[in-house]
Design a protein around this ligand. Structure first.
Ligand SMILES: Nc1ncnc2c1ncn2[C@@H]1O[C@H](COP(=O)(O)OP(=O)(O)OP(=O)(O)O)[C@@H](O)[C@H]1O
Ligand SMILES: [Mg+2]
Length: 267
């Protein structure tokens, strides 16, 4: 086991932000925290990392654990001149070849000399991911790593996270609001609302009453929606890897998505 929490809670400003959190992360698995805004996902992740101390319960982190964290918010003035490769070195003593390897694994080596302020949302998230895997972590915590990324970009980023955990055999604690996409790559889901409402495999959680009462029945069409039919790939340097079936499949994927969104709006 890499990290575990047992009945852990954080008390601040005269209230429990989260309480009774029991969870663990093992090497090579993706555990996803879901829940509404303010439900304690970031707080739980920080407690797992040891950034926040648990005010009750027990926390365990494997000895010499190498943890990496992509926070939900980064407080940096992006208008200052800062290239991608310089940003990668800001908090890491990494060699040129280590930086190249990390940028290659997230498929953004071509952006090495680009200014951080000029990156698109998806490129920016890939840079954060590249920086996080620079030290080959055992435990990777990603707090909303696909914010500001479009649907196909999200799918590609989750696929990348899935590849990374296999390559590094690291445990991943992921926080996400993208239920429809995340369900397909995660091993276990923990549904939070100040405490753990339900947890288990994606299929078990999606069919539980606690999940339905937290997210409403309208979340369900979206959950069954995602199937990876997209058989062409948009490479980040602008190239497309395309197969002959791709156009009709992409159309089908998009119309399924639109149908589910209409259903959600009408619910
Ligand atoms: N340092 C703090 N002191 C007091 N209250 C805090 C502190 N940090 C977070 N909170 C409160 O704790 C609750 C949980 O916050 P947290 O950031 O963990 O939620 P979250 O599930 O990550 O939400 P979101 O989806 O909006 O990111 C919120 O009500 C927040 O205002
Ligand atoms: Mg948060």
């Amino acid at each position: 086991m890499l990290v575990s929490l047992e009945n852990a809670g954080v008390y601040k400003s005269e209230r429990w932000l989260v309480r009774g959190i029991t969870m663990h992360v093992e090497p090579g698995e993706i555990v996803t925290l879901i829940g509404p805004n303010g439900s304690g996902k970031s707080t739980t992740a920080k407690m797992a990392l040891g950034v926040l101390k648990a005010d009750e319960g027990k926390t365990y982190r494997r000895q010499d654990l190498k943890a990496s964290y992509v926070p939900q918010k980064l407080d940096v003035n992006w208008t200052l001149p800062l290239s991608v490769s310089r940003f990668m070195r800001l908090t890491n003593k990494a060699s040129h070849s280590e930086i190249e390897t990390a940028l290659s694994s997230t498929q953004i080596l071509h952006l090495a000399q680009k200014q951080m302020s000029q990156l698109s949302g998806g490129e920016f998230q890939r840079v954060l991911l590249a920086r996080a895997i620079l030290r080959s972590p055992d435990f990777l915590v990603l707090d909303e790593p696909v914010q500001g990324v479009d649907f196909n970009g999200e799918v590609a980023l989750y696929k990348l996270i899935d590849d990374i955990r296999h390559k590094l055999n690291c445990g991943v604690l992921l926080i996400s609001h993208d239920l429809h996409v995340v369900m397909s790559t995660t091993d276990r889901i923990i549904c939070l609302n100040g405490h753990i409402c339900c947890s288990g495999t994606p299929a078990n959680v999606a069919s539980s009453n606690e999940f339905k009462s937290l997210f409403g029945e309208h979340a369900l069409p979206g959950l069954s929606l995602y199937k990876h039919r997209h058989d062409h790939e948009h490479l980040l340097d602008g190239q497309i890897n395309q197969s002959s079936k791709s156009k009709s499949n992409l159309k089908q994927n998009n119309s399924e998505k639109n149908r589910a969104l209409r259903k959600t709006k009408n619910a």
